[in-house]
Write a protein that binds this ligand. Structure first.
Ligand code: NAD
Length: 368
């Protein structure tokens, strides 16, 4: 029996709708497995701007810090029509997200890319490749590297020149490598560390430190792969990957590539972790203002993010397995939200039933 304190950030757009379904599923987990889950909501993004004038208040940050984990929907509105985007950049919805990531020291970003048999037709890869299936986890360093290095633009002899710097120290590499190996231990025990060690010093240090960390994980198989090769392998043979461990910019690009090969945005979970068990869990998609309030958004990415929370923040692997199995079961029974309905011309073997957000949440909760 665990007592879990969870801060929820429903956010904007479809956020409140999809978070409600994840809570429903977590409550069912608590009931079935005898845990107590205590939810506290905080405002962030547009909802906080409307209520408090800023995208995230200090009080809200304090509530998040006092929790065991944070479950988020999504924030932001229509970036061309919403008045939130007339505000200066530091007061816009996204500033809340940047602030909470910084305040909570979330340096490790986790994005699973899983191909579900029932949704294989949405996978843009050739059938001979997709039929092997895939289930990988991209672990991206989130607070260092090129995006945070010193940068400037100068003019030399009438020629404009821009300089960006890519820096990593061994401590930054070690802490993310440890996270990567820890996560591999909960999976198929393989880490593919991705770098550009044939060119970059930062990658050579990355490789050396990852090798050092690997010594503490004798059960995990480590391989190194150059980033250009990895970009190819993701579309050629994605089944080979378990955990992909990589730096910020490479991870930015590769995680988008990996999520596209699944073909279903409403199914993509994610997590950002710090060096304790604390994490912020959220779907990879945005607030989908085009479908907000219609009750048709797919809650599965948020529900799978909640499963990640159970697994990685609370070590409740059995409970996480139960949530993931329930998701697979509803898909196998033919239930779909509108975004994952079969496309015209697609052959389907099972009978398909289109359902809305709340019904999908109910169906998953019932199968826990
Ligand atoms: P989006 O991901 O919100 O939407 C892209 C498309 O995917 C839309 O057609 C949408 O309807 C669909 N979609 C997304 N999630 C879905 C779901 N769960 N079920 C069914 N369909 C889904 O991206 P966007 O339109 O570029 O951005 C909208 C807003 O979200 C912007 O303000 C953006 O800044 C914000 N955003 C927030 C986050 C976050 O909170 N972490 C991430 C990305 C974008």
């Amino acid at each position: 029996m665990m007592e879990l304190k969870i801060t929820c950030i429903p956010g904007d757009g479809i956020g409140p709708e999809i978070v409600a379904e994840a809570k429903k599923v977590l409550n069912k987990v608590a009931e079935k497995y005898g845990h107590s889950m205590n939810f506290t909501d905080i405002l962030m993004g547009g909802a906080s701007i409307d209520a408090c004038g800023v995208p995230l208040t200090e009080e809200a940050v304090a509530v998040a810090k006092a929790a065991d984990a944070v479950l988020m929907g999504s924030i932001g509105g229509n970036t061309t029509t919403s008045p939130w985007y007339k505000l200066p950049p530091n007061l816009r919805p996204e500033a809340g997200l940047l602030k909470i990531r910084k305040e909570l020291n979330l340096f490790a970003n986790l994005r699973p890319a899983v191909l579900y048999d029932e949704l294989a037709a949405a996978c843009p890869l050739k059938e001979e490749i997709s039929k092997a299936g895939f289930d990988m986890m991209i672990m991206r360093e989130l607070t260092g590297g090129l995006y945070f290095g010193e940068r400037r633009t100068v003019e030399e002899n009438g020629v404009r020149k821009a300089i960006d710097t890519l820096t990593y120290d061994e401590n930054e590499i070690r802490r993310i490598a440890i996270k990567g190996f820890d996560i591999a231990m909960k999976r198929r025990k393989k880490v593919t560390s991705v770098d550009k060690a044939n060119v970059l010093d930062s990658s050579r240090l990355w490789r050396a430190v990852v090798e050092e960390v690997a010594k503490d994980y004798p059960e995990v198989t480590l391989e190194h792969m150059l980033v250009d090769n990895c970009a190819m392998q993701l579309v050629k043979d994605p089944a080979q990957f378990d955990v992909i461990l990589t730096e910020n910019m490479f991870g930015d690009i590769l995680s988008d590539e990996a999520s596209m090969v699944t073909g279903s945005i409403g199914m993509l979970a994610s997590a950002s972790l710090n060096d304790t068990k604390f994490g912020l869990y959220e779907p990879s998609g945005g607030s989908a203002p085009d479908i907000a309030g219609k009750g048709i958004a797919n809650p599965i990415a948020t529900i799978l993010s909640a499963a990640m929370m159970l697994r990685y923040s609370f070590d409740l692997d059995r409970e996480a397995d139960a949530v993931e199995a329930a998701v697979k079961q509803v898909l196998a029974e033919g239930y779909r939200t509108i975004d994952i309905m079969p496309q015209k011309g697609e052959t389907v073997t099972e009978e398909i039933t289109q359902v809305g957000t709340a019904r999908m949440g109910d169906l998953i909760a019932e199968r826990i």
